[in-house]
Structures are given as C-alpha cells and as structure tokens.
Design a protein around this ligand. Structure first.
Ligand SMILES: [Fe+2]
Ligand SMILES: [Fe+2]
Length: 349
C-alpha cells in the first residue's frame, strides 16, 4: 500500500529533470516557420498531401490558437489554486512539503510559455492576428472561483487539460512519423512542447489517481460537474475559433481531413475520461480496437502515453524539399537530442 511519502516521492521523480527537458520560445528560428518547405509540410500534416497550404495554415491557426487560449487559462487557474492552498487546513498529507506546490507551479509556468509560443507561431505562419472578441476567459475562470476544495479544482482542471494534452501528443507522434529527422518547424515545435507535456501528463496521472483518492464521494461528484462545465465552455471556444478563422481566411476548417480525425479522437478521449464508477482513467486504458485503429492510422503509433502496444506504419511522406540546418535549428536539434537522452535515461516518456 503506497504511503503519502511514496506519493510525494513519485512527484519529486517526475520533476527531477524539469529544468533540462524544457524550452524557451527564443530558441526557435522564427522566420523559418513560414518558408515554402515548412508550409508544404503543414499541408502534409493536415491534408496528407502537399498543395493545400492555405487550408492547412487555417486549420493550424484554429487549433493552436485555441490550444494557446486553453493553456493560458490552465496557467491562470493553477496560479489561482496555488494561491488558495495555504488558506486551506484540510489538504491532507499530499499537500505537505514542497512537492505538489512545485509540480503545479512548474506546470503553470510552462503552460504560459506554451501559450506565448503558439500565439506567436500562428501569427508567424498566417500573418493574421487571430484575436477573439469573446474568448470566454472570465467564464472559464469563474468555474474555478467557487467555494470548492483546491483538490476538486485541481483534479477537474487536470482532467480537462489531459484530454487536450493527449490529443496534441497524438499530433506529436504524427509529425514525428512524417518527419523523423525533425527538419521542419512544426515538428521541432511539437517535440519541444512535448518535453514539458510528457511531464504534465505524468502530473495529470498523479492527480487523477493519487490525489483523487483523497476526495470524499461528494467531492468526486463535484469534480465531474466542474469538468462538464469547463468542457462545455471549451467546446464553445472551439466553435468561436472556427468561426473567426472562417471570417479571416474563408476556410471552413471542418473540411480539413486532420480536423475530422482530431474531432473523433477528442470526442472519444473526452467521453471516456471517467469509468463506470466515475473515477478518472488514462487514455491508454480506453483504447479499444476501433480507437486504436483511428489513433494508430493517424499517428503511426499504437499508443498515446503508454509504451507501444503494437507496431504500426503509415505511408512515408511525399518528398518535400530538404533544408540546410541553420545555427538556430542546430541549437534546437542538439537540445532535442540531449533532452531526449535525458528523458530516456529518466524514463520520462
Ligand atoms: Fe502545453
Ligand atoms: Fe500541458
């Protein structure tokens, strides 16, 4: 039977290399993001073939702009929860010590970097300022400003974030498969983002399993209510972003093939996040054959976060022109290799 000290040690292990396996937006060679070769790769990722650069850019502006908005909200809500933790007396043994405070603080700081990076990326590739008049930020924050226990808020927030983090992990697998040498900007971006996300997913799993055990039955019910509310607001946000992109670019992003697969995967992950008893579960635990085929066919990988379950293959990408490595790319490439080695040695992913 694991003790609270074991659980806190687990968190400490997750965070050990957080200062190594991470990135800063300055590390990217930003002007390269909009090069012809990089836009052709976006078409490959979004459409499965070159020649659809305009639709691909519109789709990525919608998805990554929306993701940035959600990451900014996750960061702000975590800061809010952190501010409430010292005021609560009933946090139990997992609230003792620095471990959970440190893990959530790093998570929040990293998400703000991600939001900054993705907002800059969508501006860079599109030349547009995809600013929503109504991003529902106040409404989304208000879900977590009621008189709930900090653990209820944290678990609900992580369950909701976890769905999006799992979907972007599937995308990371897809671009890694299409661009195994990580030549293109999007692959580098999602790979470096994934260094943080691999840790976030482990923190999510900790929160969904260890911290969830601390809740009373009423708090568990309330957690699911908050997840339902934030997910509904996030769905409204997605519709607003799709409308904005249609207005700015004329592209209906729902017609992009990757969007249709992504929607099916998102809906499957979201609808299966709680088991029949209401407890959270991981996305790899809910991969039945049908969902595995969908995920595997899209990403070339037979798992999301868990180790590979079965070998899968995708057709090789069509040839897009090769690029020479700039000093900035070289820096990213070296950092990626170093981080990957550190990650593997730490068993992070
Ligand atoms: Fe993120
Ligand atoms: Fe994250």
């Amino acid at each position: 039977m694991p003790t609270p000290s074991d659980a806190r040690h687990k968190l400490d292990s997750i965070m050990t290399l957080a200062h190594v396996n991470t990135f800063h937006p300055n590390a990217f060679d930003w002007p390269k993001a909009r090069s012809r070769e990089n836009l052709a790769f976006l078409s490959e990722v979004a459409w499965g073939a070159p020649g659809h650069e305009g639709e691909a850019v519109a789709y990525i502006v919608k998805e990554l702009g929306q993701l940035a908005e959600i990451e900014r909200h996750v960061s702000a809500t975590m800061a809010l929860i952190l501010s409430e933790m010292p005021l609560h007396t009933g946090l139990g043994p997992l609230g003792d010590g620095h471990e959970l405070h440190h893990a959530v603080s790093c998570f929040a700081a990293e998400e703000l970097h991600h939001a900054n990076t993705f907002f800059r990326y969508v501006r860079e590739i599109s030349g547009l300022e995809p600013r929503l008049d109504d991003g529902l930020f106040a409404e989304r924050l208000a879900v977590f400003q009621e008189d709930d226990h900090p653990w209820v808020k944290l678990i609900a927030l992580c369950c909701s974030a976890y769905v999006g983090e799992s979907v972007i992990t599937v995308f990371e697998h897809r671009v890694d498969h299409l661009d195994p040498d990580r030549e293109y900007f999007l692959t580098q971006l999602l790979h470096l983002h994934g260094l943080d996300e691999a840790r976030h997913v482990q923190v999510d799993h900790f929160v969904m399993r260890d911290l969830y055990q601390e809740l009373t039955p009423a708090q568990r019910v309330r957690t699911r209510e908050l997840v339902g509310r934030i997910e509904e607001l996030n769905r409204r946000l997605a519709v607003s972003f799709a409308d904005l992109v249609k207005e700015l670019t004329g592209v209906d992003v729902n017609t992009v093939p990757a969007a249709q697969t992504q929607l099916a995967i998102t809906q499957a992950f979201g609808s299966r996040i709680f088991d029949e008893h209401g407890a959270p579960r991981t996305v790899d635990e809910v991969l039945d054959e049908e969902l595995l085929d969908l995920v595997g066919g899209f990403s070339g990988v037979g798992h999301v976060h868990a180790p590979r379950r079965r070998p899968l293959s995708l057709p090789q990408p069509s040839q897009t022109s090769q690029q020479s490595e700039t000093p900035q790319q070289s820096q990213i490439s070296q950092q990626s290799q170093k981080s990957q080695q550190s990650q593997q040695s730490a068993g992070v992913k």
